[in-house]
Design a protein around this ligand. Structure first.
Ligand code: F6P
Length: 327
């Protein structure tokens, strides 16, 4: 055990994700278990720069496990991208005596932790907190399961009206430049097609799919479009199809930020709790500049550099299954 670490700081940064509160709670509780002082840093790296840092006690984390969002709040800090910003942040945490950090967020947030470790030697463990599931080094990220559930519930509702009117819906889901939400929400909602940034689907192929479903007398068609596709979002693709198939009654829905909200699923609460405790234990065992994730149901520490640089591939088997099910 590393006895030099006495005070740790925890922050959430980047886009919030359901389960972040459960992760903060796990970090705080594990910190207390190992007799550490734990400080909550508000609004991510902005709070480090502006010295918005508060000592946590057991009341601070009461009834947060089941809540969406992040009670520590989040931000995408431009100032932390600058050397001066990071220096200010370092001086603030040093003045308090914070020896190590747990950073909960996506690739931008983990990049910040990596830089900070390189520049000032502040040990940091990252937790994958993003609905996008786009981090290498973990099978799943905190928030992804809830976001897929939320998307599917919304798509089910759209299916009702789509079927009533024999309409074709293009539904855009989040994921930045990754198609993980689209694939899972697509399979889970019986989509006619799933368009993701990682794989090109020419418009001709989509039209063919729609035609064959028309022959099979399908009553409604839902096409899931991941937001980061090179051929554009749901609106652009719908427009192309509308021009070629003017007889189709086409509508577009962008699910947007509703996918980030809501109470975390049982899976996300458990994942966040396991990762939060493991992050603190990792720090105490000298695991620095790493992200803690779960691979094949086992806790795994991956250097942050790999987690942010290496490409997380979409699961070809899932794509194959989605194809079989949508034709
Ligand atoms: O990374 C999470 C995410 O929700 C992405 O899916 C999306 O592209 C982005 O954040 C939206 O960010 P913002 O809330 O800053 O618009």
């Amino acid at each position: 055990m590393d006895n030099t670490i006495k005070k740790i700081g925890v922050l959430t940064s980047g886009g919030d994700a359901p389960g972040m509160n459960a992760a903060i709670r796990a970090v705080v509780r594990a910190g207390f278990y190992y007799n550490l002082e734990v400080y909550g840093i508000y609004r991510g790296y902005e709070g480090m720069i502006n010295n918005d840092i508060r000592k946590m006690d057991s009341k601070s984390i009461a009834h947060v496990l089941e809540r969406g969002g992040t009670f520590l709040k989040s931000a995408r800090s431009e100032e932390f991208r600058t050397a001066e910003g990071r220096k200010k942040a370092y001086e603030n945490i040093k003045a308090i005596g914070i020896d190590a950090l747990v950073v909960i967020g996506g690739d931008g947030s983990l990049t910040g932790a990596h830089l900070f470790y390189k520049e000032f030697g502040i040990p940091a463990v990252g937790l994958p907190g993003t609905i996008d599931n786009d981090l290498f080094g973990t099978d799943l990220t905190i928030g992804f399961d809830t976001a897929c559930n939320t998307a599917i519930q919304a798509i089910d509702k759209i299916r009702d009206t789509a079927t009533s009117h024999d309409r074709l819906f293009f539904i855009e889901v989040m994921g930045r430049d990754a198609g993980f939400i689209a694939i899972n929400a697509g399979i889970g909602s019986a989509a006619a097609a799933i368009l993701i940034p990682e794989k090109k689907m020419p418009v001709e192929m989509l039209l063919e799919r729609l035609k064959s479903r028309e022959k099979a007398k399908k009553e409604s068609n839902i096409v899931i479009v991941a937001e980061g596709g090179k051929s554009g979002g749901a609106a652009e693709i719908a427009e192309k199809v509308r021009k070629i198939l003017p007889s189709y009654d086409i509508k577009v829905t962008i699910l947007g930020h509703l996918q980030r909200g809501g109470a975390p699923s049982a899976f996300d609460r458990t994942l966040a709790s396991k990762l939060g405790v493991s992050a603190v234990e990792g720090l105490l065992h000298g695991k620095y500049d790493v992200m803690v994730g779960v691979i094949n149901n086992k806790i795994v520490f991956t250097p942050i550099k790999r987690a942010i640089v290496d490409d997380k591939k979409v699961d070809e088997e899932e794509l194959r299954i989605a194809n079989i099910l949508s034709t």
